[in-house]
Design a binder for this molecule. Structure first.
Ligand code: ARG
Length: 462
């Protein structure tokens, strides 16, 4: 018994059509259609190779390529009729091709399976996205460098435990953020290496009986290498997991920066202003200017972390080779890419626009006994053991807390009550400028070191 509604692409062995709900349930076209351009590119390479090895004639190849290019135009003009009955992007395009060019369209799938086709498409798509993300990361890195150079000598409190610890320069803090994203960019480049390998030619799982030339398709599609094992190639989604891992790490970095931006824009800190175009108001409280962009980036970190866990769990315990489970790889990967793109764009736009309130930052550093370590180091230079110096300075701080005086506000006679080793020259180290300038080595917070770090970074940034 045959049924006129059964799927024409694989329905040969079926005696009834798919349950309507099952059809909807198993379809992926609503989300995988965004792979159309890469699917067509892969098909053109496949048809070209099949012709060169003598499986298709050159007329057939030309008809296929013309048809596929027309389909691409139809999709881009919004005229293509996507159909859930045709399950996914691959069968939608193939079926339209056959509609347009007849029986030749049915020959395109020779020596190929949707299993190697989809694995190839995602890699091609992800490679393009990685290249775009790389330029966004570079734009953000440039923003950090420019602001850091401008603020190389701007003093702010450095924190540990969110308590004032030692004075640092704002430029140094920005270059710490720079290092976060620089590592993310390295991870992105590393992920690209393993994503840029070609599954095509693996067919369903075991390879194909046609005399295919995988080296040719590799070259046509710009892959660095051919996946060397067909069973692995159709089932490997490591590259997608790796991408989500690096995306989650990058989002975690952006969330940490976001948290600081949210704190710093609060009236309690008031270290920086974010221009109005990056903020929104409250519908009830007229005075509010909310740092929505960093808050949203902080919040979106959760979904990317979730996508990493989704993909790890998706792949866990899957037997070789392809399983339909793998269709579930796309939505998390797509959303991880889209989210990271949006967040990097927002940050790359926002960072150069930060307006620091230099006086407020400086005053905050002055208030928190931020130069206490400098006083201890001073005593060590006078011959006192560090632990004893620590004790002396602790007493001076307790006195300052009691009398509401910073160390630099105390008179020399007040300071001398804690140690007779303290002399007038102590004020050189108790000033904020003295404190930051003294940390003058690679990786230190001195303004000269920040400028040097920016210069090195600029030279290395490719
Ligand atoms: N839509 C499928 C996916 O995303 C394509 C591969 C389907 N292969 C198959 N044998 N059912 O994974």
């Amino acid at each position: 018994m045959t049924d006129s509604k059964q799927n024409t692409l694989w329905g040969g062995r079926f005696s009834e059509s798919t349950d309507q709900f099952v059809q909807q349930f198993t379809a992926s076209v609503n989300f995988d259609r965004r792979l159309y351009a890469h699917d067509i590119r892969g098909s053109i390479a496949h048809a070209t190779m099949l012709t060169d090895v003598g499986v298709l004639t050159s007329d057939e190849r030309d008809a296929i390529i013309t048809g596929l290019n027309e389909i691409k135009d139809e999709i881009e003009r919004g005229e293509f009729q996507w159909s859930v009955e045709l399950e996914d992007v691959h069968m939608n395009i193939e079926s339209r091709l056959t509609q347009k060019i007849g029986i030749t369209g049915k020959k395109l799938h020779t020596g190929r399976s949707r299993n190697d086709q989809v694995a190839t498409d995602i890699r091609l798509w992800l490679r393009d996205e990685i290249d775009f993300l790389d330029t966004e990361m570079k734009r953000l890195l440039t923003g950090f460098m420019e602001l850091a150079e401008r603020e190389a000598a701007t003093i702010m409190p450095g924190f540990t435990h969110l308590q004032t610890a030692q004075p640092v320069t704002f430029g140094h803090h920005l270059m710490a953020w720079f290092e976060n994203i620089r590592r993310d960019r390295e991870r992105l480049a590393d992920c690209r290496k393993r994503a840029n390998r070609m599954p095509l030619g693996s067919a369903a799982l075991a390879g194909t009986t046609y005399p295919i030339d995988r080296e040719q398709t590799r070259d046509l599609l710009g892959f660095d290498e051919i996946c060397p094992n067909s069973l692995d190639a159709v089932s490997d989604r490591d590259f997608a997991i790796e991408f989500c891992a690096l995306a989650a790490i990058c989002m975690t970095h952006l969330s940490r920066m976001s948290e600081e931006l949210v704190l710093w824009t609060s009236s309690q800190f008031n270290f920086i202003n974010l221009p109005d175009r990056f903020c929104t108001g409250s519908s009830i409280m007229p005075q509010k200017k909310n740092p929505d962009v960093p808050e949203l980036v902080r919040g979106k970190t959760g979904r990317v972390n979730g996508h990493l866990i989704s993909l790890l769990t998706l792949m866990k315990s899957q037997p070789l080779a392809y399983n339909k489970d793998n269709q579930e790889d796309k939505e998390p990967l797509f959303d991880a890419v889209d989210t990271l793109r949006g967040c990097l764009r927002a940050f790359a736009d926002m960072i150069p626009a930060i307006e620091p309130n230099r006086e407020v930052m400086r005053e905050a550093a002055r208030r928190g006994f931020a130069t206490a370590t400098d006083l201890a180091d001073y005593l060590v230079r006078k011959g006192i053991a560090f632990r004893d110096a620590h004790e002396v300075v602790g007493k001076a701080v307790a006195y300052g807390v009691e009398n509401k005086k910073d160390l630099s506000d105390m008179t020399i006679s007040e300071l001398k009550t804690f140690s007779d080793q303290i002399n007038e020259d102590v004020f050189d180290v108790l000033t904020l400028e003295g404190s930051v300038s003294a940390r003058n080595h690679i990786g230190g917070t001195a303004p000269d070191q920040v400028r040097a770090a920016v210069a090195r970074a600029r030279e290395q940034l490719s």
